[in-house]
Design a protein around this ligand. Structure first.
Ligand code: BT5
Length: 291
């Protein structure tokens, strides 16, 4: 089968899927303008933009499954069922950046989780370009001070022990009104609009984000994880802090974070002096304090 035919079969499948979902294309996200300004080799060259979806990650997983091109983006103005990790909700009203990036790296599934750290670096660098002091809280929260501005949800699919695709879902509270999210979430969140006291140009932020992501993804693809970890360490709010970590089955660990290893696990010095490795994806920090 020629490439031409497979592309048209894919496009038919994708059109059918979008029709079945009954979702509207976003007229007010200027996709060609974003693409025109992008200085990337492949990330963001194809963008699917929608008005309102359940979750951009769900659509991205479908697109990844039919084999869309490397670096394809799904973006929506709002999400009804935005997803956080482990079944948590990601509140996604109008005014935020909600997008998913589809990639197919030829690496082992065990290494896939490092892309979350890489995406964290890309988001943090893109936000910092606007002049705010964003930092990363392990493994996937981007904070300004102690308030969350962005979260990342990575979903990977493997076939016969090899990685089929990774969908990196990124949410950034750019211009949203904090009153449009629940009280419980609002007290621990901030927006770029609130930090900078002005509406930000989301197109510039998206452009910066996709360019930073491609830079870091090139390291990831080439298995140059040291570079990602080096950048992650320099942007981390977690290293050098005393933390409380919630593990599966309610186990709690407390200690001082002395570093992160080359699998992306935290190295914690427990109160009794013992060093403990804490694996990302299974554990998360519930409290953090600088000492
Ligand atoms: C995350 O999960 O932080 C991952 C968020 C990923 C969102 C993107 S948006 C595009 C793509 N499509 C999706 O459906 N998801 C991805 P987690 O670490 O589990 O954090 C979830 C917690 O963050 C919630 O329990 C709330 O406490 C908080 N939260 C929810 N919505 C928020 C918001 N808009 N801003 C700040 N914090 C929020």
């Amino acid at each position: 089968m020629s490439t031409g035919e497979s592309v048209s079969i894919n496009e038919k499948k994708i059109d059918g899927y979008i029709k079945k979902l009954g979702i509207e294309k976003a007229v007010n996200i200027n996709v060609s303008k974003i693409r025109g300004e992008l200085k990337t080799k492949y990330i963001g060259h194809k963008i699917y933009a929608f008005q309102e979806v359940d979750s951009t990650n769900i659509i991205a997983k479908f697109l990844a499954g039919v084999g869309v091109e490397e670096g394809t983006i799904v973006i929506a103005r709002s999400q009804i069922k935005g997803k956080g990790r482990r079944g948590k909700k990601w509140e996604s009203p109008l005014g935020g950046i909600w997008l998913s990036i589809i990639v197919h790296p030829e690496i082992s599934p065990q290494q896939a989780s490092l892309i979350t750290l890489g995406a964290g670096v890309a988001v943090t660098k893109a936000i910092r370009k606007l002049g705010v002091d964003a930092r990363i809280k392990w493994p996937n929260d981007i904070l300004i001070g102690d308030k969350k501005i962005s979260g990342i949800l990575t979903e990977a699919n493997s076939k016969f022990h090899t990685l089929d695709y990774i969908v990196v879902g990124i949410g950034i509270d750019s211009n949203l009104d904090l009153n449009s999210i629940s009280k419980k979430t609002k007290i621990r969140a901030t927006t770029l609009k609130d930090e900078l006291k002005r509406n930000i140009d989301e197109r510039i932020l998206i452009k910066n984000l996709l360019e930073e992501f491609e830079n870091i993804y090139e390291h990831f693809k080439n298995e140059d994880f040291e570079e990602i970890l080096y950048e992650w360490r320099s942007l981390s709010q977690t290293i050098g802090s005393y933390v409380v970590i919630e593990q599966p089955f309610g186990k709690i660990l407390k200690g001082y974070v002395v570093g992160i290893n080359n699998q992306g696990s935290l190295i914690l010095e427990l109160d009794n002096g013992e060093l403990k490795k804490v694996i990302s994806g299974e554990s998360h920090i519930t409290e953090i304090s600088k000492i």
